[in-house]
Design a binder for this molecule. Structure first.
Ligand SMILES: *Cc1c(COP(=O)(O)O)cnc(C)c1O
Length: 402
Protein backbone atom coordinates (compact mmCIF):
# COMPACT_ATOMS: atom_id res chain seq x y z
CA UNK A 1 0.00 0.00 0.00
CA UNK A 2 1.24 3.47 -0.84
CA UNK A 3 1.67 5.91 2.05
CA UNK A 4 -1.58 7.56 3.04
CA UNK A 5 -1.64 10.83 4.90
CA UNK A 6 -4.26 11.61 7.55
CA UNK A 7 -6.50 9.32 9.53
CA UNK A 8 -8.05 6.22 8.08
CA UNK A 9 -11.80 6.40 8.77
CA UNK A 10 -13.03 3.05 10.04
CA UNK A 11 -16.74 3.55 9.39
CA UNK A 12 -17.78 -0.08 9.54
CA UNK A 13 -20.38 -0.98 12.18
CA UNK A 14 -17.68 -2.35 14.43
CA UNK A 15 -14.85 -2.56 15.22
CA UNK A 16 -14.98 1.21 15.61
CA UNK A 17 -12.41 3.99 15.75
CA UNK A 18 -10.46 3.79 19.02
CA UNK A 19 -10.29 6.90 21.18
CA UNK A 20 -6.71 7.94 21.90
CA UNK A 21 -7.62 7.91 25.60
CA UNK A 22 -8.46 4.22 25.39
CA UNK A 23 -5.27 3.46 23.46
CA UNK A 24 -3.16 5.26 26.06
CA UNK A 25 -4.97 3.58 28.92
CA UNK A 26 -4.00 0.21 27.46
CA UNK A 27 -0.36 1.21 26.93
CA UNK A 28 0.70 -0.05 30.35
CA UNK A 29 3.04 -2.62 31.80
CA UNK A 30 1.17 -5.80 32.62
CA UNK A 31 0.21 -6.47 36.20
CA UNK A 32 -0.44 -9.75 37.98
CA UNK A 33 -4.07 -10.71 37.46
CA UNK A 34 -3.87 -12.67 40.72
CA UNK A 35 -2.12 -9.85 42.57
CA UNK A 36 -3.55 -7.28 45.00
CA UNK A 37 -4.27 -4.53 42.43
CA UNK A 38 -6.46 -6.54 40.11
CA UNK A 39 -9.66 -6.67 42.20
CA UNK A 40 -9.74 -2.87 42.19
CA UNK A 41 -9.84 -2.90 38.40
CA UNK A 42 -12.32 -5.79 38.20
CA UNK A 43 -14.68 -4.09 40.61
CA UNK A 44 -14.53 -0.76 38.77
CA UNK A 45 -15.12 -2.41 35.42
CA UNK A 46 -17.99 -4.63 36.60
CA UNK A 47 -19.70 -1.73 38.40
CA UNK A 48 -19.33 0.38 35.25
CA UNK A 49 -20.76 -2.35 33.03
CA UNK A 50 -23.77 -2.62 35.35
CA UNK A 51 -24.45 1.08 34.82
CA UNK A 52 -24.23 0.60 31.06
CA UNK A 53 -26.43 -2.54 30.98
CA UNK A 54 -28.71 -1.04 33.69
CA UNK A 55 -28.56 -4.34 35.51
CA UNK A 56 -28.08 -5.40 39.10
CA UNK A 57 -26.99 -9.03 38.59
CA UNK A 58 -23.59 -10.39 37.59
CA UNK A 59 -21.85 -9.49 34.33
CA UNK A 60 -19.55 -12.22 32.99
CA UNK A 61 -16.55 -10.96 30.99
CA UNK A 62 -15.07 -13.41 28.51
CA UNK A 63 -11.87 -13.06 26.49
CA UNK A 64 -13.61 -13.65 23.15
CA UNK A 65 -15.38 -11.90 20.32
CA UNK A 66 -19.13 -11.35 20.59
CA UNK A 67 -19.81 -14.79 19.15
CA UNK A 68 -18.35 -16.29 22.34
CA UNK A 69 -20.91 -14.43 24.44
CA UNK A 70 -23.69 -15.68 22.11
CA UNK A 71 -22.46 -19.19 22.76
CA UNK A 72 -22.16 -18.58 26.51
CA UNK A 73 -25.78 -17.38 26.66
CA UNK A 74 -26.94 -20.60 24.97
CA UNK A 75 -24.68 -23.02 26.87
CA UNK A 76 -25.54 -21.66 30.29
CA UNK A 77 -29.30 -21.60 29.93
CA UNK A 78 -30.33 -24.52 27.72
CA UNK A 79 -30.27 -28.31 27.46
CA UNK A 80 -29.92 -30.55 24.38
CA UNK A 81 -33.20 -30.70 22.43
CA UNK A 82 -34.62 -27.54 23.99
CA UNK A 83 -36.76 -25.35 21.74
CA UNK A 84 -36.16 -21.63 21.29
CA UNK A 85 -37.95 -18.94 19.32
CA UNK A 86 -36.17 -16.37 17.17
CA UNK A 87 -36.91 -13.94 14.33
CA UNK A 88 -35.01 -13.65 11.05
CA UNK A 89 -34.09 -9.99 11.13
CA UNK A 90 -30.95 -10.58 9.06
CA UNK A 91 -27.54 -12.22 8.93
CA UNK A 92 -26.69 -12.02 12.63
CA UNK A 93 -30.03 -13.49 13.71
CA UNK A 94 -29.33 -16.31 11.24
CA UNK A 95 -25.82 -16.88 12.60
CA UNK A 96 -27.04 -17.03 16.22
CA UNK A 97 -29.68 -19.54 15.08
CA UNK A 98 -26.96 -21.65 13.40
CA UNK A 99 -24.81 -21.57 16.54
CA UNK A 100 -27.71 -22.75 18.72
CA UNK A 101 -28.58 -25.50 16.23
CA UNK A 102 -25.02 -26.81 16.33
CA UNK A 103 -25.51 -27.37 20.04
CA UNK A 104 -28.62 -29.43 19.43
CA UNK A 105 -31.12 -26.67 20.12
CA UNK A 106 -34.29 -26.66 18.03
CA UNK A 107 -34.74 -23.11 16.73
CA UNK A 108 -38.05 -21.86 15.38
CA UNK A 109 -36.82 -18.92 13.29
CA UNK A 110 -39.80 -16.83 12.19
CA UNK A 111 -38.99 -15.77 8.60
CA UNK A 112 -38.37 -12.09 7.94
CA UNK A 113 -37.57 -9.96 4.89
CA UNK A 114 -34.39 -8.41 6.36
CA UNK A 115 -36.04 -4.97 6.28
CA UNK A 116 -38.28 -5.07 9.33
CA UNK A 117 -37.87 -5.55 13.08
CA UNK A 118 -39.11 -8.41 15.21
CA UNK A 119 -42.91 -8.53 15.29
CA UNK A 120 -43.77 -9.06 18.99
CA UNK A 121 -47.32 -10.14 18.05
CA UNK A 122 -45.92 -13.18 16.21
CA UNK A 123 -43.86 -14.08 19.26
CA UNK A 124 -46.94 -13.69 21.44
CA UNK A 125 -49.02 -15.97 19.21
CA UNK A 126 -46.33 -18.69 19.14
CA UNK A 127 -45.78 -18.49 22.88
CA UNK A 128 -49.50 -18.48 23.69
CA UNK A 129 -49.91 -21.62 21.54
CA UNK A 130 -47.05 -23.33 23.41
CA UNK A 131 -49.27 -24.58 26.23
CA UNK A 132 -46.78 -27.02 27.78
CA UNK A 133 -43.92 -24.50 27.67
CA UNK A 134 -41.63 -26.42 25.37
CA UNK A 135 -40.05 -23.13 24.29
CA UNK A 136 -37.28 -22.36 26.76
CA UNK A 137 -35.97 -19.06 25.41
CA UNK A 138 -36.60 -16.23 22.99
CA UNK A 139 -33.59 -14.89 21.08
CA UNK A 140 -33.69 -11.29 19.86
CA UNK A 141 -31.18 -8.80 18.51
CA UNK A 142 -31.76 -5.25 19.70
CA UNK A 143 -29.87 -4.05 16.66
CA UNK A 144 -29.47 -6.25 13.57
CA UNK A 145 -26.13 -5.03 12.28
CA UNK A 146 -26.48 -6.54 8.82
CA UNK A 147 -29.54 -4.46 7.97
CA UNK A 148 -29.61 -1.51 10.37
CA UNK A 149 -32.92 -2.57 11.89
CA UNK A 150 -33.61 -2.21 15.63
CA UNK A 151 -36.19 -4.26 17.50
CA UNK A 152 -38.28 -3.20 20.47
CA UNK A 153 -37.00 -5.23 23.42
CA UNK A 154 -39.52 -3.86 25.91
CA UNK A 155 -42.23 -4.81 23.39
CA UNK A 156 -40.90 -8.38 23.19
CA UNK A 157 -40.95 -8.60 27.00
CA UNK A 158 -44.58 -7.43 27.02
CA UNK A 159 -45.44 -10.06 24.39
CA UNK A 160 -43.86 -12.82 26.52
CA UNK A 161 -45.75 -11.57 29.58
CA UNK A 162 -49.06 -11.33 27.73
CA UNK A 163 -48.63 -14.96 26.67
CA UNK A 164 -47.89 -15.76 30.36
CA UNK A 165 -44.91 -17.77 29.16
CA UNK A 166 -41.83 -18.53 31.30
CA UNK A 167 -39.32 -18.49 28.39
CA UNK A 168 -36.05 -16.70 29.08
CA UNK A 169 -35.37 -13.53 27.08
CA UNK A 170 -31.87 -13.56 25.53
CA UNK A 171 -30.92 -10.30 23.83
CA UNK A 172 -27.99 -9.51 21.56
CA UNK A 173 -26.94 -5.93 22.31
CA UNK A 174 -23.60 -6.20 20.49
CA UNK A 175 -24.28 -3.24 18.20
CA UNK A 176 -26.66 -1.35 20.49
CA UNK A 177 -25.09 -1.22 23.96
CA UNK A 178 -23.83 2.28 24.74
CA UNK A 179 -25.42 3.42 21.46
CA UNK A 180 -29.16 3.28 22.15
CA UNK A 181 -31.05 2.87 25.39
CA UNK A 182 -30.99 -0.59 26.91
CA UNK A 183 -32.54 -1.47 30.28
CA UNK A 184 -31.66 -4.97 31.36
CA UNK A 185 -33.57 -5.10 34.64
CA UNK A 186 -36.49 -2.87 33.71
CA UNK A 187 -37.19 -4.76 30.47
CA UNK A 188 -36.92 -8.15 32.14
CA UNK A 189 -34.01 -9.30 30.00
CA UNK A 190 -32.47 -12.56 31.22
CA UNK A 191 -29.20 -12.55 29.32
CA UNK A 192 -27.78 -9.58 27.43
CA UNK A 193 -24.93 -10.37 25.07
CA UNK A 194 -22.37 -7.70 24.16
CA UNK A 195 -18.90 -7.27 22.72
CA UNK A 196 -16.10 -4.77 23.26
CA UNK A 197 -15.54 -3.48 19.74
CA UNK A 198 -18.73 -1.59 18.97
CA UNK A 199 -20.36 0.94 21.31
CA UNK A 200 -17.79 0.32 24.01
CA UNK A 201 -14.99 1.87 21.90
CA UNK A 202 -12.48 -0.94 22.52
CA UNK A 203 -10.59 -3.32 20.28
CA UNK A 204 -12.26 -6.66 19.57
CA UNK A 205 -11.53 -9.31 22.17
CA UNK A 206 -13.90 -8.99 25.14
CA UNK A 207 -17.47 -10.18 25.33
CA UNK A 208 -20.11 -9.91 28.01
CA UNK A 209 -23.16 -11.62 29.45
CA UNK A 210 -25.35 -9.58 31.79
CA UNK A 211 -27.23 -12.23 33.75
CA UNK A 212 -30.61 -12.09 35.53
CA UNK A 213 -31.43 -14.08 38.68
CA UNK A 214 -33.76 -16.25 36.63
CA UNK A 215 -31.03 -17.00 34.08
CA UNK A 216 -28.50 -17.81 36.79
CA UNK A 217 -31.03 -20.20 38.35
CA UNK A 218 -31.65 -21.79 34.93
CA UNK A 219 -27.89 -22.32 34.52
CA UNK A 220 -27.88 -24.68 37.52
CA UNK A 221 -30.00 -27.22 35.65
CA UNK A 222 -28.99 -26.44 32.03
CA UNK A 223 -27.42 -29.56 30.54
CA UNK A 224 -25.44 -28.42 27.49
CA UNK A 225 -21.80 -29.09 28.24
CA UNK A 226 -19.76 -26.04 29.09
CA UNK A 227 -16.42 -25.33 30.63
CA UNK A 228 -14.60 -22.20 29.44
CA UNK A 229 -17.89 -20.31 29.11
CA UNK A 230 -19.42 -21.60 32.36
CA UNK A 231 -20.88 -18.65 34.30
CA UNK A 232 -20.57 -20.14 37.76
CA UNK A 233 -16.76 -20.19 38.17
CA UNK A 234 -16.72 -16.68 36.66
CA UNK A 235 -19.36 -15.36 39.04
CA UNK A 236 -17.65 -17.02 42.03
CA UNK A 237 -14.20 -15.67 41.18
CA UNK A 238 -15.54 -12.18 40.34
CA UNK A 239 -16.94 -11.87 43.86
CA UNK A 240 -13.38 -11.46 45.11
CA UNK A 241 -12.29 -9.48 42.04
CA UNK A 242 -10.57 -12.31 40.21
CA UNK A 243 -11.15 -14.61 37.24
CA UNK A 244 -11.13 -18.38 36.79
CA UNK A 245 -8.49 -18.00 34.06
CA UNK A 246 -6.28 -15.21 32.76
CA UNK A 247 -8.42 -12.20 31.84
CA UNK A 248 -7.43 -9.87 28.96
CA UNK A 249 -5.62 -7.56 31.39
CA UNK A 250 -4.80 -4.64 29.11
CA UNK A 251 -8.31 -4.60 27.69
CA UNK A 252 -9.56 -4.05 31.24
CA UNK A 253 -7.56 -0.82 31.45
CA UNK A 254 -9.12 0.24 28.17
CA UNK A 255 -12.59 -0.75 29.34
CA UNK A 256 -12.21 1.26 32.54
CA UNK A 257 -11.26 4.30 30.46
CA UNK A 258 -14.09 3.77 27.96
CA UNK A 259 -16.61 3.57 30.80
CA UNK A 260 -15.15 6.77 32.28
CA UNK A 261 -15.72 8.44 28.90
CA UNK A 262 -19.34 7.22 28.78
CA UNK A 263 -19.84 8.52 32.33
CA UNK A 264 -18.39 11.91 31.42
CA UNK A 265 -20.57 12.31 28.34
CA UNK A 266 -23.60 10.79 30.09
CA UNK A 267 -25.40 7.81 28.57
CA UNK A 268 -28.44 9.87 27.54
CA UNK A 269 -26.16 12.27 25.67
CA UNK A 270 -24.41 9.31 24.05
CA UNK A 271 -27.77 8.03 22.80
CA UNK A 272 -28.83 11.50 21.60
CA UNK A 273 -25.52 11.93 19.72
CA UNK A 274 -26.07 8.63 17.92
CA UNK A 275 -29.65 9.56 17.04
CA UNK A 276 -28.50 12.87 15.55
CA UNK A 277 -25.72 11.34 13.49
CA UNK A 278 -28.00 8.58 12.26
CA UNK A 279 -30.70 11.05 11.21
CA UNK A 280 -28.15 13.24 9.42
CA UNK A 281 -26.91 10.17 7.55
CA UNK A 282 -30.40 9.14 6.48
CA UNK A 283 -31.09 12.66 5.19
CA UNK A 284 -27.95 12.45 3.07
CA UNK A 285 -28.93 9.03 1.74
CA UNK A 286 -32.44 10.16 0.83
CA UNK A 287 -31.07 13.24 -0.89
CA UNK A 288 -28.83 11.03 -2.99
CA UNK A 289 -32.03 9.23 -4.02
CA UNK A 290 -30.95 5.90 -2.55
CA UNK A 291 -33.03 3.50 -0.44
CA UNK A 292 -32.41 2.65 3.18
CA UNK A 293 -32.47 -1.09 3.87
CA UNK A 294 -34.60 -0.63 7.01
CA UNK A 295 -38.12 -0.17 5.67
CA UNK A 296 -39.69 0.79 9.00
CA UNK A 297 -38.86 4.36 10.09
CA UNK A 298 -39.65 3.45 13.72
CA UNK A 299 -36.95 0.77 13.60
CA UNK A 300 -33.86 2.58 12.36
CA UNK A 301 -30.86 1.57 14.41
CA UNK A 302 -28.74 4.55 15.48
CA UNK A 303 -25.49 2.60 15.05
CA UNK A 304 -25.43 2.28 11.27
CA UNK A 305 -27.31 2.91 8.05
CA UNK A 306 -27.48 0.15 5.45
CA UNK A 307 -27.79 1.80 2.02
CA UNK A 308 -29.21 -0.05 -0.98
CA UNK A 309 -27.60 0.57 -4.34
CA UNK A 310 -29.79 0.64 -7.47
CA UNK A 311 -30.21 -2.57 -9.47
CA UNK A 312 -27.28 -3.05 -11.78
CA UNK A 313 -24.83 -1.45 -9.34
CA UNK A 314 -22.56 -3.43 -7.04
CA UNK A 315 -22.25 -2.12 -3.48
CA UNK A 316 -18.87 -3.79 -3.08
CA UNK A 317 -17.46 -1.90 -6.07
CA UNK A 318 -18.62 1.32 -4.40
CA UNK A 319 -16.96 0.31 -1.13
CA UNK A 320 -13.73 -0.54 -2.93
CA UNK A 321 -13.65 2.84 -4.67
CA UNK A 322 -14.32 4.68 -1.42
CA UNK A 323 -11.60 2.75 0.39
CA UNK A 324 -8.98 3.17 -2.31
CA UNK A 325 -9.73 6.76 -3.20
CA UNK A 326 -10.75 8.23 0.18
CA UNK A 327 -9.33 5.81 2.78
CA UNK A 328 -12.75 5.18 4.34
CA UNK A 329 -13.76 1.63 5.24
CA UNK A 330 -17.50 0.93 4.99
CA UNK A 331 -19.34 -2.24 5.98
CA UNK A 332 -20.10 -4.86 3.33
CA UNK A 333 -23.49 -6.33 2.63
CA UNK A 334 -23.70 -9.68 4.42
CA UNK A 335 -25.53 -12.85 3.42
CA UNK A 336 -28.66 -12.21 1.35
CA UNK A 337 -27.80 -8.54 0.78
CA UNK A 338 -24.22 -9.12 -0.38
CA UNK A 339 -23.43 -6.61 -3.13
CA UNK A 340 -26.84 -4.97 -2.69
CA UNK A 341 -26.09 -2.80 0.33
CA UNK A 342 -23.17 -1.06 1.91
CA UNK A 343 -23.26 -0.03 5.55
CA UNK A 344 -22.18 3.30 6.99
CA UNK A 345 -21.19 2.88 10.62
CA UNK A 346 -21.88 6.00 12.72
CA UNK A 347 -21.30 4.61 16.17
CA UNK A 348 -19.04 4.87 19.18
CA UNK A 349 -16.20 7.41 19.09
CA UNK A 350 -17.49 9.78 16.41
CA UNK A 351 -18.65 13.37 16.14
CA UNK A 352 -20.44 15.50 13.57
CA UNK A 353 -17.41 16.51 11.49
CA UNK A 354 -16.13 12.93 11.34
CA UNK A 355 -19.55 11.92 10.07
CA UNK A 356 -19.62 14.74 7.52
CA UNK A 357 -16.17 13.70 6.28
CA UNK A 358 -17.44 10.17 5.91
CA UNK A 359 -20.58 11.25 4.06
CA UNK A 360 -18.51 13.45 1.75
CA UNK A 361 -16.33 10.44 0.93
CA UNK A 362 -19.42 8.36 0.28
CA UNK A 363 -21.00 11.00 -1.99
CA UNK A 364 -17.76 11.37 -3.96
CA UNK A 365 -17.31 7.59 -4.09
CA UNK A 366 -20.84 6.96 -5.32
CA UNK A 367 -20.31 9.49 -8.08
CA UNK A 368 -16.89 8.05 -8.98
CA UNK A 369 -18.45 4.56 -9.17
CA UNK A 370 -21.08 5.75 -11.61
CA UNK A 371 -24.02 5.19 -9.24
CA UNK A 372 -26.79 7.54 -10.39
CA UNK A 373 -27.30 9.89 -7.45
CA UNK A 374 -28.39 13.43 -6.85
CA UNK A 375 -25.91 15.85 -5.29
CA UNK A 376 -26.59 17.61 -2.02
CA UNK A 377 -26.43 14.82 0.55
CA UNK A 378 -23.82 16.67 2.59
CA UNK A 379 -25.87 19.86 2.53
CA UNK A 380 -28.88 17.91 3.75
CA UNK A 381 -26.83 16.45 6.61
CA UNK A 382 -25.37 19.87 7.43
CA UNK A 383 -28.77 21.55 7.34
CA UNK A 384 -29.97 19.01 9.89
CA UNK A 385 -26.90 19.22 12.12
CA UNK A 386 -26.54 22.98 11.81
CA UNK A 387 -30.20 23.70 12.42
CA UNK A 388 -31.20 27.35 12.42
CA UNK A 389 -27.64 28.61 12.14
CA UNK A 390 -27.21 27.32 8.59
CA UNK A 391 -30.76 28.05 7.52
CA UNK A 392 -30.05 31.75 8.13
CA UNK A 393 -27.05 31.78 5.80
CA UNK A 394 -27.44 32.67 2.14
CA UNK A 395 -27.21 29.81 -0.37
CA UNK A 396 -23.65 29.02 -1.46
CA UNK A 397 -22.03 29.94 -4.73
CA UNK A 398 -21.95 26.24 -5.55
CA UNK A 399 -25.72 25.96 -5.07
CA UNK A 400 -26.23 29.00 -7.30
CA UNK A 401 -24.15 27.33 -10.01
CA UNK A 402 -25.95 23.97 -9.90
C1 LIG B 1 -20.69 -7.84 15.47
C2 LIG B 1 -21.91 -8.60 15.85
C3 LIG B 1 -21.87 -9.95 16.20
C4 LIG B 1 -20.64 -10.78 16.09
O1 LIG B 1 -19.67 -10.42 16.98
P1 LIG B 1 -18.16 -10.90 16.79
O2 LIG B 1 -17.44 -10.04 17.76
O3 LIG B 1 -17.79 -10.68 15.36
O4 LIG B 1 -18.11 -12.34 17.17
C5 LIG B 1 -23.05 -10.53 16.61
N1 LIG B 1 -24.19 -9.85 16.69
C6 LIG B 1 -24.27 -8.56 16.32
C7 LIG B 1 -25.59 -7.84 16.41
C8 LIG B 1 -23.14 -7.89 15.90
O5 LIG B 1 -23.22 -6.61 15.53
Amino acid sequence: MAFRSGRHLLQIPGPTNLPDRVLRAMDQPLIDHRGPEFPVITKAVVAGLKRVFKCSGPVAIFPSSGTGAWEAAILNTLSPGDKVLAFETGQFATLWRNLAQRHGIEVDLIPGDWRHPVDPAQFEAKLAADKNHAIKAVLVLQSETSTGVASDIAGVRRAIDRARHPALLLVDTISSLAIQDFRHDEWGVDVAVAGSQKGLMLPPGLSFNAISKKALAASKSAKLSKSYFDWQPMVDANDSGYFPYTPATLMFFGLREAIAMLDEEGLDNVFARHDRLAEATRRAVRTWGLDIQCADPKAYTPSLTAVRVPDGCNADDVRKTILERFDIALGAGLGKVLGKVFRIGHLAYINETQLLGTLAGVELGLAASGVPIKRGGIDAAMDYLGGNALAAVAPTMAAAHR
